[in-house]
Write a protein that binds this ligand. Structure first.
Ligand code: KG4
Ligand code: ZN
Length: 326
C-alpha cells in the first residue's frame, strides 16, 4: 500500500510517498531555513505563507519521483500537530482536498509519532517493547512503546527542549540559526573539557531540564570567561548529550526493553548517536540524518500503521497545535 505523506508543522514543506510503511519511493522537502535565518528564528506568519507557495509543487514532485498516480495510493497521511497552527492548516487542508477529490482515506498523524516511525524506514522493524528518545526543537520526550500506537511518556523536559537549548546556546555564542548543526560544526574544533557546565540529573525522575546549562553558558560569556567559541560549543554539546544518553540508558534498563530508538532533529547529532551506541547495553536504532529532521516519509510510515489499524479520519479533521503523544 502506497501512502502520500504531507508535513507542514514548522518550517519545512514536505511530501513523500512510502510503500507499506517501509520503502521510500520519494521524499521531497522544501526548506524555509534560509528565510527564517534572517530573523534568527522561525516567524510563524512567514512560515505559513511559504507553505502555501510550496505545498502543491512539492506534492507534485513527490508523486512524480515515486512515479505514482492518484489511483496508486492507498491513503493520505498528514501532520495535525503539534506545531504552528497556520502552518499545520496548510497541510491539513490540502490533504483533505486530495482525499475528497480522489476518494482516498485520510489519517491525521501526531508529528512526534511520525518522528518515532522514521525508525521503520528504510525496511527496518524495531522490536517491542522499546524506549524511544525524541529530541527535537520543541520536545525532549522519553517514551515507552509496547506496540504500534501504544505510548507511555516516561519523561519529558521541564523547560527547554534539547533542540531549543542548542538553538539558544548558538545564539549566545553568535553561531546563527539553526543552532544544533552550528554548535556541532563549531564543536569539531573545540575541547569539551575546557568549560565546566552543569548537568541537571533530576535524581529519581526521568524528566530533563536544559535551561540551567544554557544560563550557565550565558553567565560565562557575559563574564568574559569564554575565549574560544569552539571550546564552548564542544562543552555545551557534551553537557546536553551526557544527560540525554545517561537517562535514556537508565530508563531502558529499568523497563527491560529490547531496543532503544532515537528520533527528532537533534538525533542527527553525531556525538549523541555515537555516545548512545557506545553506552547502551541494548541495540540502538537511529534513522539516517535526513530522516531525523522534519520530513514527510516518517509521516507516511506512521500513517500506514494507523490506516492498518483502521484509524481513518473524516473530512472534519482539524489541526491540534498542542497535541500530546499520550
Ligand atoms: O525535528 P526537527 O527538525 O523539528 C522539530 O520538530 O522541532 O528538530 C529541529 C531541531 C532544532 O532545534 C535544531 O537545532 C536541532 O533539531 N538539530 C540539531 C542538529 N540538527 C538539528 N541539534 C543538534 N545537533 C544537530 N546536528
Ligand atoms: Zn520535528
Amino acid at each position: 500500500m502506497k501512502i502520500l505523506g504531507i508535513e507542514t508543522s514548522c518550517d519545512e514543506t514536505a511530501a513523500a510517498v512510502v510503500e507499506d510503511g517501509a520503502r521510500i519511493l520519494s521524499n521531497q522537502i522544501a526548506s524555509q531555513v534560509e528565510i527564517h535565518a534572517r530573523y534568527g528564528g522561525i516567524v510563524p506568519e512567514v512560515a505559513s505563507r511559504q507553505h502555501i507557495l510550496a505545498i502543491i509543487p512539492i506534492i507534485e514532485q513527490a508523486m512524480a519521483e515515486a512515479k505514482a498516480s492518484w489511483s496508486d495510493l492507498g491513503g493520505i497521511a498528514v501532520t495535525i500537530g503539534p506545531g504552528l497552527a497556520g502552518s499545520l492548516l496548510v497541510g491539513v487542508n490540502v490533504a483533505k482536498v486530495i482525499a475528497l477529490s480522489h476518494d482516498l482515506p485520510i489519517t491525521g498523524v501526531n508529528h512526534l509519532e511520525g518522528h518515532i516511525y522514521a525508525n521503520w524506514l528504510v525496511n527496518r522493524s524495531p522490536l517491542f517493547p522499546l524506549v524511544c528518545l525524541i529530541v527535537s526543537g520543541g520536545h525532549s520526550d522519553l517514551v515507552l512503546m509496547r506496540g504500534h500506537g501504544d505510548y507511555i511518556v516516561l519523561g519529558r523536559t521541564r523547560d527547554d527542549a534539547a533542540g531549543e537549548a542548542f538553538d539558544k546556546a548558538a545564539r549566545i555564542l553568535g553561531l546563527g540559526y539553526p543552532g544544533g548543526p552550528a554548535i556541532e560544526q563549531a564543536a569539531r574544533n573545540g575541547t569539551a573539557a575546557s568549560l565546566k557546565l552543569p548537568r541537571a540529573w533530576l535524581k529519581g525522575s526521568s524528566d530533563f531540564s536544559f535551561s540551567g546549562v544554557k544560563t550557565a553558558l550565558l553567565r560565562l560569556v557575559e563574564g568574559g570567561k569564554v575565549s574560544s567559541v569552539a571550546d564552548a560549543a564542544a562543552s555545551f554539546q557534551e553537557a546536553v548529550v551526557d544527560v540525554l544518553v545517561t537517562k535514556t540508558v537508565a530508563v531502558a534498563r529499568e523497563h527491560r526493553v529490547k531496543q532503544i530508538l532515537l528520533a527528532g532533529g537533534v538525533a542527527s547529532n553525531e556525538l549523541l548517536r555515537n555516545w548512545l551506541v557506545q553506552n547502551s547495553p541494548l541495540p540502538v536504532l537511529v534513522p539516517e540524518p535526513i530522516l531525523c529532521t522534519d520530513n514527510a516519509a516518517m509521516i507516511a510510515a506512521c500513517g500506514y500503521y494507523r490506516l492498518q489499524a483502521a484509524k481513518i479520519d473524516g473530512l472534519d479533521l482539524d489541526v491540534t497545535p498542542s497535541l500530546k503523544l499520550a
